[in-house]
Design a protein around this ligand. Structure first.
Ligand code: LLP
Length: 866
């Protein structure tokens, strides 16, 4: 056996216009290339023209009247950069002369395509000449090579002359000789041009838009490179456009098809044409950030182990829909062919298609088409024989991209719900199972991406917990993310294990946390009165702490009222609110008898039980016509919810009240629970202020509760400052009212944990399950709302590498699940203590004795010393 010589291990680096326009950027190029060469790779650097130069050359090639002046401006620009780089400007002298000759020669008048290509090619030739001279002057072993000697344009059968010169494809069937000749170039590192290739007539050819990415991809493919690195000024591809969705995630790994789809439908970081050569040659692509090379970037390869799920959503505006009423011709042989022939004749390339018995609707993507009213009128005339045309524009195409879209449809209910208010003109699911597109009116698209992105994450359709695919959020990268602080129980393991030893299931509360949250709210100046919604957690110690901290208590039943008066000695009735829903009438009578503040939300009660209400003061709860919340079941505004009086019934309520001599002194709205937009309360407050003005007798405006907490590791803490600022602003507009709030969750959720003991660990068909001695009976939230609670194995905090377990309870229902695919120590075993975090709100109160299992126990872990 004779040994075959090791082929060179090439790596291709591509830098765009902004990366080659300044000296320090060239230093970065030199450093990155040098590092790779030091690791034993041969390096090929592909560069674009300086930023803006291709646009200037395009104008010249298209016959700009001031071509000569533009050329001189370009010359000045390159000479200035040469000086900045410490080079003699003569290095670009010859090339600038070529450009000057091009604009003065006779062809300039006719502007044939071959001449245009020569003009356009000069930008890259200039930038690469400067760069190679500079890098060599820095002592780096860099050689310059002319990309046209290596990339050969090929004519494709359906290309017109323009495309054959100015948007070419290149040969990819090079032989070993090509490779060895390329490798024989003497320098360790080579610098070449993107965007240009050799035409078969020996002149220049242009690769078209995104050409530099495509050049790098061709070179990578031809050289069988280890990787093609596309260096840009963004961290990589994201799950959505970060400008619209600041929480978009960096996509750290995609397969070629997904990447291609994402590039085609939105992201501009990589040109879609660049994917194919690398895909066919099996060369990975990496998108990296020149300013932040330490970030993981996006790696694109053909790995078979890609995770199914939605990876990205994108939006394209300016889409034109052409809807054709087909008058019964549909399904006749050749009908579609005739229609599409018309589109072809008018130079229109069709993107999406939807069809029914009598209608065919297609979309025209503005980036591929020149759609003018003129063209459409002519198309319509042409098609008049076979169908009636309707143009719907402007539209937005919202696309979900990811592998395995078909098997995800059941996860997309939130996405469908997002579209409930918009008119969806067309839905298209590609048969490659990678893309699902909705076309809606452009006017409806604003804000939608954010909503869909949230919905996809909440439903699990976008599997952001897959660390191999989803990287940090854009906001996190930009340093704008506020981190969830360490949780109290992380330092209290021994105490919690000792408590668990006294019996589980058991809730444990830390009163210091309750006090800390209470003080955070007390610090909010705009709020005059604070009540705790005791339904979240009526534990006596918690109520006492909150009353000590100056909170009143909000109750919703006679039971809650009796409870607060029995456990908080000396409680002032005026500090208690009674805000029931559809309660039996004697509970109102009971509340009046106790002297607490009663809130009513309908006219019917006044009419039916006048004697209960006559002469009383009441608060009125209104429904502002919409709601919000962490789950549909906790949204308490809008027609679908049973709470609140619609605003257009306020007059009727006031009439009925006047007839009974009832004074309406407070105005209340609570539109949902777990609302994470701080603006929500500002808006509620503003609207209530407006209504209060019309009523006249109001002294207090109550904007409800609903403040969220960060349940998930990557949830941000609620932005209390933004919340407070919003309230202060509205308060200033309505200085005459006292402002009240009545949160529950925010005050107590994080103070409580649920301690459970693992009962059995079972593997079934590849799924590991750990059972606990409490499930939906002890904590209903996961079953009822798909709510997330972190789950930890307290007994084994060093239990080795985590593996995924479904955490289930002992109840005979399949919904008895506390968490799916949770990372727990591989050695998790019966007897281990499991901690379910953030269970202090709506935990114990909603526990039940289903299957006749005992209610959980409760302990207060820390007696506050203050
Ligand atoms: N005010 C009224 C009139 C309410 O109905 C509620 C909660 C609150 C205040 C307090 O809302 P909070 O600040 O806690 O969001 N069981 C569900 C939550 C249901 C909330 C019911 N009403 C859960 O576990 O998420």
């Amino acid at each position: 056996m004779h040994s075959i010589p090791e082929p060179d291990r090439w790596i291709v680096l591509k830098f765009g216009g902004t990366s080659v326009s300044q000296r320090e950027r060239w230093d970065t190029i030199g450093r990155l290339a040098g590092e790779r060469a030091a690791e034993g790779r041969r390096v090929l650097v592909v560069v674009s023209a300086l930023a803006g130069v291709t646009n200037a050359l395009t104008a010249i090639s298209e016959g700009a009247t001031d071509a000569a002046a533009r050329v001189e401006a370009l010359a000045d620009r390159h000479v200035a950069l040469a000086r900045e780089l410490g080079l003699d400007p003569a290095v670009v002298g010859e090339r600038l002369d070529v450009l000057r000759t091009l604009v003065s020669e006779p062809r300039a008048a006719r502007r044939p395509l071959d001449w245009q290509a020569e003009v356009l090619a000069q930008g890259e030739l200039l930038s690469s000449t400067l760069g190679a001279a500079y890098l060599s002057a820095q002592g780096l072993d860099f050689g310059w090579c002319d990309a046209r000697d290596w990339l050969q344009a090929v004519a494709l059968p359906n290309q017109n002359d323009w495309a054959r010169r100015l948007s070419v494809a290149c040969r990819r069937d090079v032989d070993a000789r090509w490779r060895s000749r390329f490798a024989a170039q003497p320098a360790a590192m080579l610098l070449t041009q993107g965007f240009i290739a050799r035409h078969e007539d020996g002149g220049s050819a242009i690769l078209g838009r995104g050409g530099s990415d495509t050049s790098a991809a061709y070179f990578g493919a031809l050289l069988g490179a280890e990787c093609v690195e596309i260096w840009t000024d963004v961290p990589g591809m994201f799950s959505a456009n970060p400008r619209e969705v600041p929480d978009a995630r960096l996509l750290t790994r995609l397969d070629y098809a997904e990447a291609q789809e994402i590039c085609t439908t939105g992201a501009r970081v990589l040109h879609p044409r660049a994917v194919k050569p690398c895909r066919e040659a099996g060369v990975p692509i990496a998108i990296l950030d020149t300013a932040r090379p330490e970030l993981p970037g996006t790696r694109i390869d053909g790995g078979p182990d890609t995770v199914p799920g939605v990876k990205a959503i994108s939006r394209r505006d300016g889409v034109v829909l052409v809807s054709m009423e087909t008058m019964g011709m549909w399904q006749q042989v050749g009908f579609l062919a005739d229609i599409f022939e018309c589109f072809r004749r008018h130079g229109l390339s069709v993107d999406l298609i939807g069809s029914s018995e009598t209608n065919v609707t297609v979309s025209l993507d503005p980036s591929e088409n020149l759609v003018s009213t003129d063209v459409l009128a002519r198309l319509s005339e042409d098609l008049a024989r076979s169908c009636r045309l309707k143009v719907i524009a402007p539209c937005s195409a919202i696309t979900l991209v990811g592998r395995g879209m078909r098997s995800l449809l059941h996860h997309l209910s939130d996405v469908w719900a997002t579209f409930d208010r918009e008119r969806v003109h067309l839905i298209s699911q590609s048969s490659n199972d990678l893309n699902l597109t909705f076309v809606i009116d452009e006017a409806d698209a604003d804000g939608l991406l954010q909503e869909i992105h949230d919905g996809l994450i909440a439903s699990g359709a976008m599997p952001v917990r897959e660390a191999g695919v989803f990287g940090p959020r854009w906001r996190e990268i930009e340093g704008q993310l506020r981190r969830r602080p360490e949780r109290w129980w992380q330092g209290r393991r021994d105490a919690l294990l000792a408590l668990a030893a006294t019996g589980t299931p058991r809730y444990a509360y830390n009163l210091d946390v309750v006090r800390a949250r209470a003080r955070q709210l007390k610090a909010v100046q705009a709020v005059d009165r604070r009540f705790f919604a005791i339904k979240a957690n009526p534990h006596p110690d918690i109520l006492r702490v909150l009353v000590e901290e100056g909170f009143g208590l909000e109750c919703v039943s006679a039971g809650e009222l009796a409870h607060v008066f029995s456990v908080v000695p000396g409680l002032e009735p005026s500090c208690v609110l009674f805000t029931p829903s559809f309660a039996p009438v004697d509970e109102y009578a009971d509340a009046f008898a106790r002297g607490v503040n009663v809130t009513l939300d309908n006219v019917e009660a006044l009419e039916r039980w006048p004697e209960v209400f006559r002469g009383r003061a009441l608060w009125l709860r209104v429904d502002l016509g919409r709601g919000d919340g962490h789950h549909a079941k906790v949204v308490t505004g809008g027609l679908a919810s049973k709470f609140g009086l619609l605003v257009d019934r306020v007059e009727a309520f006031l009439d009925a009240a006047r007839a009974l001599d009832v004074r309406v002194t407070g105005l209340h709205a609570h539109l949902g629970s777990g609302v994470d937009t701080p603006d929500h309360w500002r808006e509620v407050c503003d609207e209530l202020g407006g209504i209060a003005g019309r009523i006249g007798s109001i002294d207090t405006i109550d904007i409800g509760g609903g403040l969220p907490i960060p349940y998930r590791e990557d949830d941000e803490p609620f932005d209390l400052e933004a919340w407070a600022a919003g309230l202060a602003e509205v308060k200033a507009a309505y200085p005459g009212y006292r402002l009240a709030i009545e949160p529950g969750r925010f005050l107590v959720a994080e103070s409580g944990v649920l301690l459970l003991t693992a009962t059995q660990v079972v593997e079934k068909g590849g799924i590991r399950r750990v059972g606990a001695d409490g499930g939906m009976n002890a904590l209903m939230r996961p079953t009822l709302y798909d709510a997330w609670h972190d789950i930890h194995n307290l007994s084994r905090d060093d239990g080795g590498a985590p593996v995924a377990f479904d955490v289930v309870g002992p109840i005979c229902e399949s919904g008895d699940v506390l968490g799916l695919q949770r990372p727990l120590p591989a050695g998790t075993a019966p007897g281990d203590v499991l901690l379910v975090a953030d269970a202090g709100a709506y935990g114990m109160v909603m526990a039940n004795t289903y299957n006749l299992r005992a209610l959980p126990a409760e302990s207060v872990l820390v007696e506050s010393k203050e």
